[in-house]
Structure formats: structure tokens, C-alpha cells
Design a protein around this ligand. Sequence first.
Ligand code: NAD
Length: 362
Amino acid sequence: MNKLQTYSLSPTILIESAKEIFTLLKKHKLTESQIFILADTQTSEHCLPLIESELPGGGRRTILLDIPSGESTKTLATAHDLYSRLMEYEADRKSLLLNVGGGMVCDLGGFVASTYKRGIQWINIPTTVLAQVDAAIGGKTGLNHHGVKNVIGTFEQPLATLVYPQFLNTLPKREVLAGFAEMIKHALIASTDLWEQMLKAPYIDLPLIKSLIGPSMVIKEEIVSRDMHETGERKKLNFGHTIGHALESYMMESPERDLLHGEAVALGIMAETYISHKKGYITESLHEQIAGFIAQHYECPPLHESNYHRILEIMKQDKKKRSSELNMTLLKGIGEAVIDRNPKMDLVIDSLTYLERYPFKG
Ligand code: NAD
């Protein structure tokens, strides 16, 4: 077992074999309580079989709460249904919830656990790249409401986050690459070493991504441990997300458009790197290096100039906005992010034009 860091917040633990899950549950004397597992359609099919035999009673003593896969499940309606199911099983305050899934399951399960009977303990067992390095770490839970993402939620810590990279073997390639965007962000804001490893790799394939999960999750955990409630340093993690979120929300407005969260973040990183360069924070060559790397692995859907105003409108409504200005995290070098920057709208528009004209190869 490789226990990477323990802070006052819950530990994130990289595990090498499923057996370690049982050892950890025993260590925390959790094998006797009622144990519930929250999993979605895909993770109950692909991920539970990998760990079931290591759960108390070989899984016979655990109760499965299954939900449909997909972002549309992350709602109060599903939370409502889960509260009812927990009550039917007479779940008490000593019950434990294991969230086995991607960011959707971890966000929803974390919310339900942190509010049911004023809070029961839960453990995140993330199964996507995005959740292993990002969503399952840091104690933010969230539900979408009236089309607005994560507008309902809590800041509460799970008992632990257990990261088992073997789950990623069944994750669709597109989801793997989307999650990799958050790893690129972690490298850019916090680690020249991680960035060098990415640049030097002949291919960005699953074995490479699995090998970089550990260092990437530590970056998120360390930043959050110093600023749990996002009053300062945690905002570094928003790099790429002001423009990324706006692109994601804009694409979600129309059912025929299709862009995953991580893909939007990759484009946001590219646009915000452009802004960092235009503001004189980073050199042309570093800007080109980052843009070239992203354009090699991702694509930009057509945005159309006539829609830029809508994308900007969404950006202005973004929760990171302060007064009438955009609040953005920018880069000052590899491993060096600066928070609370307010680029002019014209520059943001330029960055969208830049994205649209760039010769992507992804
Ligand atoms: P997701 O949980 O929807 O998973 C993506 C798809 O992969 C789903 O269809 C899922 O069923 C499937 N899947 C998951 N693991 C699998 C596996 N091992 N094998 C096969 N299929 C598998 O999406 P995600 O990208 O993991 O997470 C996105 C969510 O995370 C969003 O709701 C976002 O708001 C949230 N998020 C939260 C935070 C936070 O700090 N709380 C941070 C970033 C993102």
C-alpha cells in the first residue's frame, strides 16, 4: 500500500490490489456496520466484479444501490430516491457508503452521505481518470439543478478516497483522454517534472496515464489541503475552467453538440494559455509548446463567431466571476499559476478565434 499523504482532510490512497480495500475497511473497524455501495449501470457491470470478493462476506453483506449512468442522474430527484432506499433498509448513522464510480457517482453519493441523518461516513472509490485525479478528491459534493451544474452541494470530506488504477482498463478511450486533461492542468500549474514526462512520452496511452495517476492526485490533494474552502490557492485548480466551463455549458445547450467536461477543459487550458501569453506572462515558445501538445490529442468543435457572445454570456454568469469582471487563473510558467486575473473581454474573444483557427490533429 502506498499511503501518499495524510492531512487533516481525508487521505487519498493509491492501492495496487483490490485486497487492500478489505484491509482498510478492517483497519477502520467498518466491516461490522451496514455497508451500502452506490454504483451506476456501467460501474456495477465493469468495476464491482474487480472488488466484490474483497468486500465483507464476499459482497454478500453489502447492499447495492444502483443508478443509471450519465450526468442527467446527478439530481435532487435521484438523491431523493436514494434517501428513500436508505430508509427502507433502515440505514443508521453508523452505516457506510462506498461510492464506486466516476465523478458523477462520487459527487452524488458524497452529497447523499453528507446529508442523510446529518451525515454518515463514505469512501470514494473512483473509477475514471477524471475522478481518480480530481473529482473524488477535495471534499466537494454536488448536484445539478435546473440545468445549472453543481449548484447544490456541500464541502464535506469522505473517510478516504481509494484510487485503484486497474479500474481504468474498461473505461472508454474517449473518457480516458478527457480525464487526462485534468492531469495536464495539474502538471502545468504545479509540476515541471510531470509536464516533462508527458512531453517526452512517445504515446499518451493507458499504461502511461495509469503510471501518472499517483503524482497527479497528490497535486490536487496537496493544494486542497492548504485551502479547503477555495479562498486562495485552490483557485489555481480553476486554470482552464473559466473558458472550459463556458464551452461545456454552451455545448450542452443543444442536444446535437457533444463535448465531454475534460475535452472542454483541454480547450479551456489552450485558450487561457493564449491569454497568459498575450498578457506577457509566458513566452511565445512555451505557449506554442502547450498549445501544440493539446492540439495533438484533442479537437475543437465548430464554435462559430456568431455564438461567441453566448459563450461570453455564460462565462459572465460563471460562479468564479467577481463584479463585472471575469476571474481567471493564468499561467506564469510551468508549475506557476496566478489567481484572480481579470482579462479584458476582447482578449477572451481573441482566444476563442485562436481556438477555432488552430489546426487541431486530435
Ligand atoms: P462519469 O462519472 O459520468 O463517468 C463517465 C462514464 O464512464 C459514465 O458513463 C460511467 O458510467 C462510465 N464509467 C465510469 N467508470 C468506468 C469504468 N471503469 N469502466 C467503464 N465505464 C466506466 O464522469 P466523470 O468524467 O468521471 O465525472 C464527471 C463529473 O464529475 C461531473 O458531474 C463533474 O461535475 C464532476 N466533477 C466534480 C469535481 C469535484 O471536485 N467534486 C471535480 C471535477 C468534476
